[in-house]
Design a protein around this ligand. Structure first.
Ligand SMILES: [Zn+2]
Length: 302
């Protein structure tokens, strides 16, 4: 049986907030079994906390923002992505402001912090959402869906009318090794014309060539170039993994994305939660094989 995980000791990640441009820091802190993932605003009276769950996602433009009327926490997806890859079930993420540090625009610094903190298993079994029938959200233009799969796999396609991007597809099984090697270092990206428009509105003040790939009309502006030829689609996988954490438990299934951003991912996660007939809660290492036999002939798109 696979057990839940937290980290062994508290660790910090420092940087700037993408939108405020102000210094931002987070602390990853161990949490008891069956807690889940919580963000804690230490700078506010009473240190309010919010669970990393789909129903608390209040904005999905540019980044995923959690919150309610009183406070918010933005750009949560890169940090959550690293937690998903390392299968951290329980964690308090303490913040002194409204933003997660953007770091270099990838999940590299969060992965390094988790490796420094070291993972520890807890006494409770981890529960997975085992997809037994397909769940689809979107349109022909952009969509995401999950289908049954004995593992966790992502197929992601993007298509941007830009000479350095174009159509890119990646298909891989996700585990901490594939994630660290192929996904974690892929940076977020933006177009120069959009960055200028955002900054004119007082947004993305912390955005720079230090924390994003920036593209002008023809090429990549960053002097160092790309980390991978298909860094763009790899970053979309990174984002999707982070957004999927808001399901509240790891997924057993195949996630397929077509031009899907944070909005589509949030709607897909909400739809999974609202479709209890299409998945089961299972503990892995027990009766997975039986589920596979039972489900094998069940699913087909209609
Ligand atoms: Zn991102």
């Amino acid at each position: 049986m696979y057990l839940q995980r937290t980290i062994r000791k508290q660790v910090s990640v420092k940087g700037v907030g993408l939108h405020t441009g102000e210094p931002a820091q987070l602390n990853f802190c161990p949490a008891p079994a069956d807690t889940g993932i919580y963000f804690v605003r230490k700078d506010l009276p009473g240190a309010p906390a919010i669970a990393a769950r789909a129903q608390f996602v209040k904005a999905t433009q540019l980044a995923t923002t959690l919150g309610g009327d009183a406070f918010s926490i933005s750009t949560v997806e890169h940090c959550l992505s690293a937690l998903a890859a390392f299968r951290i079930d329980n964690l308090f993420i303490e913040l002194e402001g409204p933003e997660i540090p953007i770091c270099d625009g990838s999940a590299k610094h969060f992965v390094e912090a988790l490796l420094e903190a070291k993972m520890v298993e807890q006494e409770s079994a981890r529960k997975y959402a085992y997809i037994s029938q397909p769940i689809y959200y979107g349109t022909d233009e952009k969509h995401a869906y999950v289908t049954p799969y004995n593992g966790f796999r992502i197929t992601c396609t993007i298509d941007f009318p830009h000479p350095k991007i174009g159509r890119q597809t990646i298909d891989l099984d996700i585990n901490e090794h594939s994630y660290t090697r192929l996904i974690a270092n892929a940076r977020t990206f933006g177009f120069l014309r959009d960055v200028e428009a955002l900054q004119a509105k007082g947004l993305a003040r912390g955005g720079s060539l230090e924390n994003a790939i920036v593209l002008d009309a023809h090429s990549v502006v960053n002097k160092e170039g790309l980390r991978y030829a298909d860094e763009f689609v790899r970053h979309k996988v990174l984002d999707a993994l982070g957004d999927l954490v808001t399901l509240g438990m790891p997924l057993m299934g195949h996630l397929v994305l077509y031009k899907a951003g944070h909005d589509v991912m949030n709607q897909l996660v909400r739809k999974i939660i609202a479709s209890p007939e299409s998945y089961r809660h299972i503990e892995l290492g027990t009766d997975l094989y039986d589920y596979r036999l039972e489900d094998h002939h069940l699913w087909a798109f209609t």
